[in-house]
Ligand binder design. Structure first.
Ligand SMILES: [Zn+2]
Length: 187
């Protein structure tokens, strides 16, 4: 029997007990903090941001998320939707440059519990790099320390790739590794 590929079922997992104390929606709270690296936010555009999944299905598993708190794409403005779409494209470019996957899966959990997401009131798009012949990476990264190291390595690689995109803003030229790369996607 073929296994269903559904890495988006592996949703948000608190990184440490402290995070459980965060009030409210993590996709709203984390970008508000001035701790992009700590929060694993690797890139930002005007209305959206890219965050590494705490418990990646594969190296480079990220989510592209609008800043606006909503469970329905239809409530976002045209500007927000366009910004999110462009950031998704930029993220695919960055993943290609940083990790050279053979392919990328994109997916969303829509419509609540039945879809399997743990955060269904703030829309987000998963991007999961794939390699020919890869299998579920989860057993490999089953130990916390390995996950932390893998995430830091992925963060650095992706950060460098985002900073190298033509849409990276001038202020990103220094590529401060503590802050998300800012992208100007209006053009
Ligand atoms: Zn939210």
């Amino acid at each position: 029997m073929e296994q269903v590929f559904a890495p988006w079922r592996i949703e948000w997992v608190e990184r440490d007990p402290e995070e459980k104390n965060v009030e409210g929606c993590p996709f709203c709270v984390l970008p508000e903090r001035d701790e992009d690296r700590e929060s694993r936010i690797v890139a930002r555009s005007e209305h959206s941001f890219v965050i590494l999944n705490n418990y990646p299905y594969s190296p480079g598993h990220v989510m592209v998320i609008p800043r606006q708190h909503t469970g329905e794409w239809g409530t976002l403005s045209d500007a927000e939707l366009l910004d999110h779409a462009r950031l998704k494209i930029a993220t695919i470019d960055a993943l290609d440059a940083a990790l050279g996957p053979d392919g990328i899966n994109a997916g969303e959990n829509l419509g609540g519990d039945a879809a399997g997401g743990s955060i269904d009131d703030h829309v987000h798009t998963h991007l999961v790099p794939r390699w020919s012949g890869d299998t579920n990476f989860m057993p490999v990264i089953g130990e916390t320390q390995v996950i932390v190291e893998a995430l830091e390595d992925t963060y650095d690689r992706l950060h460098e790739a985002f900073a190298g995109l033509p849409t990276a803003t001038a202020t990103s030229e220094d590529a401060d590794p503590e802050r998300a790369v800012r992208l100007d996607l209006d053009g």
